[in-house]
Ligand binder design. Structure first.
Ligand code: HEM
Length: 401
């Protein structure tokens, strides 16, 4: 079987990576991907079974997020310092303190309070799309929604949305010419976001409001607070983690509904199914294909011995189609319940902070679409993002009526 899990061009075409990951699950579920000295890649263990991904995710004592940072290649030490400021790249107990401070802003209750605002935004996007001569589902619906929601969370003024949108695209798609002309633009965009967050926090310190930013920069009950640098880094993480992921879930979900018209009809007949559809979309699309950890000691995963400092890459896209966990994993079923997918991570310390928010956005969006645009149809081929990390769609032409 021909498998190069690093090659960007291997992904999202001709059944890849699902056929190959399925083969690995059946034959070599913990698979050693050789390094490549020429490309500077040290090699890694690909973890393909649901149970093993959960194990790696939950045992942050055995599998570190802060040792060796990049997914496949090595990161120079000077860049590691900066990256370790992001909680995604930290281990307990450092991570625990940071996470409990930001959790205050993302409780299910706080997210629930956003529901009506999200519904208004979805309706507004549909109204605006109706006035356009041609509609691209990604550009006109799936991309603006999460961006507007994050701006709302941050209390960023409406006139700043476009520039935040541009920075977010440049950061995530730094190697994609459609998003950023060259990788340096990605770094510049990150600096801009960092400075923007700094100014936002300074403003709230002067004039506190009833919002998440104020909550995050103010001390908690124990008197703990995020430092200025931690706050700026957190906003950077929000802009990266909260935008592209939800955008790709929404557009990947829409494409799955076009490819399974009987599922779209079910949703149109019963929009309340959007609740289970949101989870099925995250399972099916797995917008984040994989994440990496590094073994802190010699250990065993799924019967395979791993050495200290070995790199371990968990494949959510594979775990979410594991036949030991899901009945008919290759069928897209918007009523699937229970749905123990791990598209937001396998549990443990780093489990997605935005999972309630993302599911809320997807549920409300697909309810609104099913109610208001029952004749929504694909009008041309979807174009995929070239990436081994993100399962993304760049454009998806649609007709509304
Ligand atoms: C972490 C997926 C939406 C914020 C993660 C992780 C995954 C993920 C796989 C890593 C889990 C791990 O390493 O164990 C997704 C998907 C989304 C989504 C598929 C949409 C469908 C969001 C949103 C936000 C967000 C909307 C914020 C507004 C974060 C943050 C982390 C994270 C801050 C790091 C948490 C930590 O290190 O403790 N997400 N995410 N995500 N996500 Fe999400």
């Amino acid at each position: 079987m021909d498998i190069d899990l690093v090659d960007q061009d291997f992904y999202w075409r001709n059944g890849a990576p699902y056929d190959q990951l399925g083969w690995l699950r059946a034959n070599t579920p913990v698979y050693l991907h050789d390094g490549d000295a020429e490309r500077g890649w040290p090699g890694f263990w690909a973890i393909t079974k649901h149970a093993d991904v959960v194990h790696v995710s939950r045992r942050s004592d055995l599998f570190s997020s802060s040792r060796k940072l990049a997914l496949f290649n090595e990161v120079p030490e000077e860049q590691r310092e900066l990256q370790r400021l992001m909680m995604l790249n930290q281990d307990p107990p450092e991570h625990t303190r940071r996470r409990s401070l930001v959790n205050r802003g993302f409780t299910p209750r706080m997210m629930g309070a956003l529901e009506q605002r999200i519904r208004d935004l979805c309706n507004q996007l549909v109204d605006e799309a109706k006035g356009l001569p041609s509609v691209d589902f990604v550009r006109d619906i799936a991309a603006p929604l999460p961006l507007y929601v994050i701006c709302e969370l941050l209390g960023a003024p409406v006139e700043d949305r476009d520039k935040i949108f541009k920075w977010s695209n440049e950061m995530i798609g730094a190697e994609d010419p459609d998003y950023a002309a060259d990788p340096a633009e990605g770094t510049n965009a990150a600096m801009e976001v960092y400075a923007y967050a700094n100014a936002l926090a300074a403003e709230r310190r002067q004039r506190p409001r009833e919002d998440i930013v104020t909550k995050l920069i103010m001390p908690d009950a124990a008197g703990e607070t995020l430092t200025e640098e931690e706050f700026d880094m957190f906003v950077l993480l929000l802009v990266v983690a909260g935008n592209e992921t939800t955008r790709n879930a929404a557009s990947g979900g829409m494409l799955a509904l076009f490819e399974n018209p009987e599922q779209w009809q079910r949703l149109v007949d019963e929009p309340a199914l959007a609740r289970t559809a949101a989870d099925e979309i995250v399972r099916w699309v797995s917008p984040v294909n994989l994440f990496r950890r590094t073994a802190t000691t010699d250990t065993v995963i799924g019967g395979q011995e791993i050495k200290e400092d070995d790199k371990v890459v968990v494949f959510y896209s594979s775990a979410n189609r594991d036949e030991d966990v899901f009945a008919n994993p290759e069928s897209f079923d918007i009523g699937r319940d229970p749905n123990p997918h791990i598209g937001f991570g396998g549990g443990g310390a780093h489990f997605c902070l935005g999972n309630h928010l993302a599911k809320l956005e997807l549920r409300v969006l697909f309810e609104v679409l099913a109610e208001r645009l029952p004749n929504l149809a694909q009008a041309g081929p979807a174009r995929r993002l070239r990436s081994n990390f993100i399962n993304g769609i760049k454009d998806l032409p649609v007709t509304l009526t």
